[in-house]
Design a protein around this ligand. Sequence first.
Ligand code: GLU
Length: 510
Amino acid sequence: MSGPHSILFRAYSQDGVIEKEHLLSEFAAAGFDSDNPIARELIAAVRGCDTVLDETAFERLYDCSPALLAQILEGNLIIADFKGFRAQIEEIFNQVRENREGQVASYIPQLEKVDPEKFAVAICSIDGQRMALGESRDYFCVQSCSKPLTYCIALEQLGVEEVHRFVGREPSGKTFNELALNAHGLPHNPMINAGAIMCGALIERGKSPAERFDAVLDIWREAAGGDCRIGFNNAVYLSEKQTGDRNYALGHFMREKKAFPEGTILADVLEFYFQCCSIETSVEALSVIAATLANGGHCPLSGKMIFRPENVKNCLSLMLSCGMYDFSGEFAFMVGMPAKSGVSGAILLVVPNTCGIAIWSPRLDELGNSVRGVDFCRKLVSRFRLHTFDQMVGLNDGRLDPRRSTYEERLGGGTFFLWACANGDTSEMRRLVARGVDPAVCNYDDRTGLHIAASAGQLEAVRYLLKVGVPVNREDRWGNRPLDDAIREGNDHVAALLKERGAECRTAAV
Ligand code: GLU
């Protein structure tokens, strides 16, 4: 039998069969369990099989979900070693759990009475791989984590030009609810209260308050993959409304400055803002929303486009510069990823083109960010090269990149480097060294680039390798040195250069 399934079958079968449990454990290790809407059908199909699958049974299974099955079994997923990644995240989670600094928000009773010990993290990759730790199904109100979505919805409905006629895009340098507007009498950006109130005034215009909120909740549900509960906490909403003097003041201040579009009913707009803060969900759902942003607006679980990529790009830019209250600059510097936090202790963290992460722990620092949330983010980038500008840093700084397989991680650009040596492509060699490839890297036969370039007669490459300090007399698996290679292949210029730099033949050494 042959066909695309047979290569997979050959790779995974033993004595002509694959064990069903083996397949299920491969799926789970890759981040797919039966709760995951992407994999539900495939997992149900595997469960329906006999304990072992022969090639015919496997082919039937393959036909049920060829793309996903191949992706999982080939390890062709954005987080290649999901099992290893999960283990690292669990370690960080357990360390961070010990951090009991900070205080829960106390301006409304609904937040004050939340158990401060609660802690949950959920991750969803852009390929839909998922994991969750702690109280990942507990509900909490999203508070300011609603702001990026309100902004995205405004961008979708009005376009960037129109939205930014009403709201700026500069960090305010002031607290999130400061009674201040920019020099044009507009809110500084959509990530602070005034800007979010304004974005709320821009969306679903002409609809009744009920229709407007319904439409927004629908978008939240779609962004979360349509599967998780997105609710509303009425008590939080009533409290927000009752204690919202500052937000009322902001609304009046903007109305006085004629900042709102014509026809805006201020009371409706403020209520809408309080309602958005009172949307209630879990880290599981929030991580899928973050993953939708990480995936340029396509929900990884449903494949639907929720927001256009250019709008997501704009939203992420502002989350990066303004998303973490007065800690935004420091967070961008240190963690380097777009994020938005809320006073309920939630953080929506986006690793562009990789995954979405949601963290919830109610104790806040003095700037209003979840203490454990920030701690988690710091520890995450100390282990993984996920800072947006980590690509500037060499590959060999000891941190991992979850987007590479273990071998890619370990070998880095080594294989490419050795090919460049063989071809005498010194500019490529230089680029790879600049990216952190060790110029003394060996292949599996212990041959360095110098052995290879010497064999191939690549004089310039040899010159470069000597300059960057590749050992001149290293022996390969057979005891050959670069000079042996040059002489054997009759590359006299190379041999002369090597000798000049102290190279010896293996025979000379014995
Ligand atoms: N709902 C509160 C307010 O608008 C806090 C929002 C937040 O920053 O999470 O004042």
